[in-house]
Design a protein around this ligand. Structure first.
Ligand code: NAD
Length: 452
């Protein structure tokens, strides 16, 4: 798959962002990919104030949770560009109440800043009480996803469902709010995130949320894994980067670059969990975070597929993460309050021609998250997954030109994502403040139409 390169040149994007190309694109109504705002330490989280609306149980706690770093407005002012429109929809209990969405958002839709955010916060539909309440809460999903498809200039829309039994302070929401309402979620669009009822403790410093945590990233020699290691180190973690022995040189390079410790480890080795547990326990006293990023493709139409290709993909992408998580938990190496983050793919949601093995493995990863979440929750461990879409790496650079440009334009954001977009989402799941975020699959795909 990918090498350390950032992928192929974006011919369409460069063209429509040039002067003559831009002129032509405007005339023809062609989409123009916006340069997305991404996280830079010290910069404000949003490109403008938050316009807050809705009369549920979350609006006031939310203001308190974000007061330190955000500016709020309560009414729409002509001429102001808002960094986010946030609507507390937890008070919506009937179909009639849905008109509140129209009343709040319709007049404000042209007042969203580039790379701004739309956020709707509702109550987990199945737990919303009355039949009317459940229907209305479920309706929020179609609303938010459609808004995402209408937003321009790099703005995105998400829906967060909060458990109805969350405490009035709703502190368990803070990490999710700070992810969604920031540049860290640049390529996450049209997603639904479920937050449980537990309270959370804010980190001493939101710019170093992983301070002192021990994190393992598999497949970290290059590509997405190398960037995860970099983001984890930036966020304060002590990082162990693991990859196959053959990738030793690149692994050492990544380790040096980010100040991580390298471990040559084939995740499919029968003793992989044991070796990892011993290594991490000896050096750092255990593991707080494990990211199962190592992954391979061995594409062939099923009719031409050999057993070797099938087995290799299922082993690396699915059997190994499952075995390693189970092994680390059994050995007590993954500490209480631990975080497991898996890497699925939109191919695991939509399926992909020539990828029956890969699609099965990545859908299996989703099954693994669903099945293991309740089991691990009993130990205070969470498990979540990202499902990347088109990410600019050497893997996607190898796709034929027309398909590649198509892949980019298939997203509401009209471009491919960067490896850092996947890494930021993983860091959000990995945060100690994300203890109420369990069993989620979040796509990092710019709201790609594929598998939507
Ligand atoms: P990549 O090929 O650049 O990196 C994968 C890394 O995993 C490599 O360093 C490789 O040596 C390592 N690896 C492979 N087999 C291993 C094994 N048995 N043990 C230990 N390490 C092993 O790939 P990438 O594009 O960075 O992808 C990372 C993850 O993201 C994969 O799980 C992939 O399926 C997933 N993903 C990528 C994209 C994308 O657009 N690039 C999209 C969806 C999902």
């Amino acid at each position: 798959m990918a090498a350390k390169s950032k992928g192929a040149p974006n011919l369409y994007g460069s063209f429509v962002n040039s002067a003559p190309g831009g002129f032509l694109a405007n005339k023809l109504g062609l989409p123009k990919p916006e340069k997305l705002r991404r996280y830079v330490a010290g910069e404000p989280p949003l490109p403008g104030p938050v316009l807050l609306g809705g009369k549920g149980r979350v609006a006031e706690p939310l203001r308190a949770l974000l007061a330190e770093d955000y500016t709020f407005a309560d009414s729409l002012t002509t001429g102001t560009k808002y960094g986010a429109l946030v609507f507390d929809a937890t008070g919506i209990g009937s179909i009639e109440d849905l008109s509140q969405l129209f009343e709040f958002f319709q007049p404000a839709m042209r007042s969203i800043a580039p790379s701004g955010r739309v956020l709707v916060i509702g109550t987990t539909p199945e737990l919303a009480g009355s039949v009317d309440g459940q229907i209305a809460q479920r309706a929020l999903e179609g609303f938010t996803r459609s808004v995402g498809k209408e937003l321009l200039r790099g703005a995105t829309a998400q829906l967060v469902y909060l458990h109805p039994d969350a405490s009035p302070a709703a502190t368990g929401l803070a990490s999710t709010l700070r992810f969604v309402l920031s540049a860290k979620s640049a390529f996450v669009d049209g997603q639904v995130i479920r937050v449980g009822k537990d309270d959370a403790v804010a980190p001493a410093n939101w710019d170093k949320p992983l301070d002192g945590k021990v994190a393992v990233v598999t497949g970290a020699a290059r590509g997405i894994g190398a960037t995860i290691a970099e983001v984890f180190a930036r966020d304060g973690a002590k990082v162990i980067v693991a990859d196959i022995p053959a990738a030793g040189e690149a692994l050492a390079e990544t380790a040096n670059k980010v100040g991580a410790t390298a471990l040559a480890l084939d995740v499919t080795a029968p003793d992989a969990a044991q070796r990892l547990a011993e290594f991490a326990t000896e050096r750092f006293g255990g593991i707080d975070i494990i990211v199962h990023n190592a992954g391979i493709t061995r594409d062939k139409l099923l009719a031409n597929m050999d057993e070797g290709r099938w087995n290799a993909v299922l082993n690396v992408n699915l059997a190994a993460p499952h075995r390693i998580t189970q092994g680390l938990v059994a050995a007590g190496a993954l500490k209480e309050g631990g975080r497991v983050v898996d890497v699925s793919s939109i191919a695991g949601i939509a399926g992909n021609r020539g990828q029956t093995n890969y699609g099965a493995s990545k859908a299996g990863v989703i099954g693994m998250v669903n099945a293991e979440a309740p089991e691990l929750a009993a130990k205070g461990i969470t498990i979540n997954a990202v499902a990347p879409g088109f990410i600019e790496t050497a893997m996607t650079a190898a796709i034929p030109l027309a398909t590649r440009e198509g892949g980019r334009l298939m997203a509401s954001l009209n471009q491919g994502g960067q490896t850092v977009d996947v890494a930021e989402t993983i860091a959000y799941f990995a945060s100690p403040a994300s203890n109420a975020v369990n069993g989620n699959i979040v796509r990092v795909c710019g709201q790609s139409m594929i598998g939507a």
